[in-house]
Design a protein around this ligand. Structure first.
Ligand code: NAD
Length: 503
């Protein structure tokens, strides 16, 4: 069911409703499971961005005038087409990313939920009116689209992250230019083809591929009004600073390092399952990965030993075939080497390694980019692995004597995406929820990523901007308010049927 890797999959631009295969140098797109090159992603230039932005600008006036209910109907057909084609999307996602089929299904479905949310756009765009703000004077606030918006996305959720952005943007009446990650452009293309099939007018959605040149051209283009970005913190900060300097509205999600607090009273089986899923799901390549377990007091004698044994049993292997492993490869050879270097640094700086994934061998796919599930125990705050986002299947374990110290540790983090607690105590959970300094909190949930109806809510260096992606904040981000105050002095000449006008 997976397509043949002998010929390279095309990776076109989508500009003004045309699929264009540029003859320019590209960068390889890998199947991480095998290490094979499956496509070449063209590296665009400022001129390609200009063409895409001009196409989006030309499509904007008619799209803005399209009634919201008609825009929603196109998204409704898009959602149905995604459902009909879900297996194809899931396999494409797994092939270019390396995550398991179950994980890819989650990736696609979470994206589809944003489309479901955006279907409600006629209600979401309703404004506010107050009659008689003074005698005979009314005031109304409505929301209008911004114009051309752009999205720049990371490799780790090839389907979901682009779908965080453009369904809401276009539902609100904007047109859009997407630059997917050059490491995983293929699923984004397949999804855009379904939106085209659903009847989206030409130029409403455009896709350009590339790296920094393309991003810079989007950040500085005078016709781009807003930028949505998801990626690592240094680039997220750069996007925010450069975009806002050029007068654009920017929402910019960065990296993360999320703490999972294991209290001594935590249910051993459920918390082990929760931490395993949080740390090693998607091979740890998640901004909501629970990458540090903070073991409080007696939990080191209850949950921790079970967690170590469960980690050792995680089977890593190729995901591009029917027999599925527990965990797939990481995105590139270079990233695998970086994860291995960080594990080495952890060991060198004094961490113990009770589960060691460094030497993992996958005989059926020897050239895939594999790292086995790894636990670094007794990590200290000054260590490299405590400071850097590893973004691989590595769980740091830190030990704290009580909940206060565990919260204090989590609150020293530079990042602020998520944090979780596993406990049977309502009081401990309540204290944690109230005091922890991050935007998404889990209580007996390892990955508290918010779904489409809520904001994806990073704090600190995990987010730059004011309005988050998804939910009502997403609608606010992609619209601007217009407040009209009106007063009518007398009936006009046409109002002859009114008694007062006839006088
Ligand atoms: P990345 O920052 O390397 O790349 C993200 C995007 O930025 C890509 O489209 C890339 O082409 C572009 N880019 C890369 N370098 C650039 C540069 N110098 N100038 C301009 N553009 C540049 O991120 P990644 O490796 O693709 O993704 C992993 C990162 O994304 C992790 O840090 C992860 O935590 C983060 N992430 C965050 C969230 C969130 O919502 N907070 C969600 C998913 C991923």
């Amino acid at each position: 069911m997976f397509s043949n890797t002998s010929s390279l999959t095309e990776c076109p631009f989508y500009i003004g409703g045309e699929w264009l295969q540029p003859k320019v140098a590209g960068t390889p797109v890998f199947n991480p499971s095998t290490g094979d090159t499956i496509a070449e992603c063209p590296i665009g230039k400022a001129a390609d961005v200009n063409a895409a932005v001009e196409a989006a600008a030309a499509a904007f006036p008619a799209w803005m005038e399209t009634p919201p209910v008609e825009r929603a109907r196109i998204l409704g057909r898009f959602k149905m087409l995604m459902e009909e084609n879900i297996e194809d999307l899931v396999r494409s996602n797994t092939r270019e990313h390396g995550k398991t089929l179950v994980e890819s299904r989650g990736d696609v479905k979470r994206g589809m939920e944003v489309v479901e949310f955006a279907l409600g756009v006629p209600s979401l765009l309703m404004g506010e009116v107050l009659e008689n703000i003074a005698r005979g004077i009314d005031c109304e606030a409505i929301r209008q689209p911004l114009g051309v918006c752009a999205g720049i996305t990371p490799f780790n959720f090839p389907a979901m992250v682009p779908l965080w952005m453009y369904p809401i943007a276009i539902a609100c009446g904007n047109t859009f230019v997407l630059k997917p990650s050059e490491k995983v452009p293929l699923t984004a293309i397949k999804i855009a083809k379904l939106l085209e099939k659903a009847g989206l007018p030409k130029g409403v959605l455009n896709i350009v591929h590339g790296g920094r040149d393309v991003v810079d051209a989007l950040l500085t283009h005078p016709k781009v009004k807003a930028i949505s970005f998801v990626g690592s913190t240094p680039i997220a900060r750069y996007i925010y600073e450069t975009g806002t300097k050029h007068g654009k509205r920017v929402q910019s999600n960065g990296g993360a390092k999320n703490y999972v607090i294991l209290m001594p009273d935590a249910d051993v089986e459920n918390s082990t399952r929760g931490v395993i899923e949080a740390a090693f799901g998607c091979a740890g390549e998640r901004c909501m990965a629970g990458s540090t377990a903070v073991v409080v007091g007696g939990a080191e004698k209850t949950v921790l030993p079970t967690l170590i044994e469960a980690t050792k049993r995680i089977k890593v292997g190729p995901t591009d075939r029917e027999a599925q492993p527990d965990m797939g490869a990481v995105i590139t050879r270079q990233h695998r080497d970086r994860v291995l270097e960080l594990i080495e640094a952890g060991v060198k700086e004094g961490a113990k390694i009770p589960a060691d994934g460094r030497g993992v061998k996958v005989s059926e796919a020897p050239n895939g980019f594999y790292v086995g599930a790894t636990i670094l125990d007794h990590v200290q705050t000054g260590m490299t692995v405590a400071k850097e986002e590893i973004f691989g299947p590595v769980l740091n374990v830190m030990h704290m004597e009580d909940l206060d110290k565990a919260i204090e540790l989590a609150n020293k983090s530079f990042y602020g995406n998520g944090a979780s607690i596993f406990t049977r105590s309502g009081k401990a959970a309540r204290e944690f929820k109230h005091r922890v300094q991050c935007g998404m909190v889990g209580i007996n949930i390892g990955v508290p990523a918010s779904m489409a109806w809520f904001p994806f809510n990073g704090w600190n260096e995990s987010f730059f901007g004011d309005l988050h992606m998804q939910g009502r904040e997403g609608v606010q981000f992609f619209t601007q308010q217009k407040v009209t105050t009106s007063r009518w002095f007398s009936y006009g000449e046409g109002d002859i049927w009114h008694t007062e006008a006839k006088k």
